[in-house]
Design a protein around this ligand. Structure first.
Ligand SMILES: [Zn+2]
Length: 263
C-alpha cells in the first residue's frame, strides 16, 4: 500500500516505501529507539529510519523521514506494528456509561486510510483578501514543537507552515481556524479512533487508537530470549539477533520442551 501523502522532492511526489526484513537486531534497535528518544516525534524518526529499506525511491535518512507529513508517519508506524507481527491488537476501554473496563480486538487491515487531496502538501487560504499558501506539518516540525512551551507552539507552527511568513500579521482566531480547516480538508489521514460497544451495557464508546504502539515494546523481553538461547546453545549475541523471529521462537520452544521431558 502506498503512502497516503508521500514525499514531494524536486517537484515530484512519490509514495513508495519498503521495510527491511525483520530480524532480532532490528527488533532490538526499534525497542531501544523507543526507550532512548527525547520525545515521541524523535522516536518515530529513529524507528522509521531503522526500519525502512527505502522511502520514496531513496535511502530513508532521518532527515527524509522527518520530512514526511504527520499522517504518513502515523501510517508507517502502524504498518511497522504489522511488520513486527501484530496484525491488530487488543485495546482496552473504560465504558463511559457503566464504568466497566473491557477489551476489544481490532484488525489494522480493516481500518480505512484516507489519501491526500489535490494540492498536497499545500493549501491556499485567503487572508485579508490575499491568497496565502500553507503546508502540512511534518515530523521535523513535531520534533521542534515537542521542546517548545505550549503557549508559543501555535504561533510558531503557523509561521513555519506559511510560505510567506512575513506576509502573515497576527492572525485572528477565525483566520487560524480557516487555515486549520483548509489543511485538514487536503490532509491524508489514518483512523485514530473507533467506536466499541461495551459488553456489559451495550453502549458505544469512542476509543482512541494510538498510532505509535510499536514504540511501546521494550527490549527486556527480547534480551531475555537472547540470554536464554545463548546460555543453552552458546551462540553469540549477533548470531541470535540475526535469526528471523519465528526461528528464534521455535528454538525457545524446543528448549522448553526438552526441559519438560527432563523433569
Ligand atoms: Zn458499559
Amino acid at each position: 500500500m502506498q503512502l497516503p501523502g508521500g514525499l514531494v522532492e524536486d517537484g515530484a511526489r512519490r509514495r513508495d516505501w519498503a521495510f527491511r526484513p525483520l530480524s532480532g537486531a532490528l527488533e532490538l534497535a526499534l525497542a531501544e529507539a523507543g526507550e532512548n528518544a527525547a520525545s515521541t516525534p524523535q522516536a518515530v524518526t529513529r524507528a522509521l529510519s531503522l526500519a525502512l529499506d527505502q522511502l520514496a525511491g531513496a535511502a530513508a535518512s532521518p532527515a527524509r523521514v522527518a520530512g514526511l507529513c504527520v499522517a504518513d508517519r502515523q501510517f508507517l508506524m502502524r504498518e511497522l506494528e504489522r511488520h513486527l507481527g501484530h496484525a491488530g491488537g487488543w485495546f482496552q476501554a473504560d465504558c463511559g456509561q457503566c464504568g466497566a473496563r473491557f477489551d476489544f480486538h481490532l484488525d489494522y487491515a480493516d481500518l480505512p486510510v484516507q489519501d491526500a487531496a489535490d494540492g498536497y502538501p499545500q493549501a491556499q487560504v485567503d487572508i485579508d483578501g490575499r491568497p496565502l499558501r500553507f503546508r502540512l506539518p511534518t515530523g521535523a516540525d513535531q520534533e521542534i514543537l515537542a521542546g517548545l512551551p505550549p503557549a508559543q507552539a501555535g504561533t510558531w507552527l503557523l509561521r513555519q507552515l506559511a510560505s510567506e511568513p512575513e506576509a502573515l500579521g497576527g492572525l485572528d482566531p477565525a483566520q487560524t481556524a480557516a487555515v486549520d480547516a483548509a489543511l485538514e480538508a487536503m490532509a491524508p489521514a489514518i483512523v485514530l479512533g473507533v467506536q466499541a460497544a461495551c459488553p456489559a451495557c451495550g453502549r458505544a464508546n469512542d476509543v482512541e487508537l494510538d498510532p505509535y504502539r510499536a514504540l511501546a515494546r521494550r527490549s527486556d523481553e527480547l534480551l531475555h530470549e537472547v540470554h536464554h538461547l545463548a546460555a543453552h546453545y552458546h551462540w553469540s549475541e549477533a548470531e541470535i539477533l540475526g535469526l528471523p523471529r519465528q526461528r528464534r521462537q521455535r528454538y525457545l520452544q524446543m528448549i522448553d520442551r526438552a526441559r519438560g521431558l527432563a523433569e
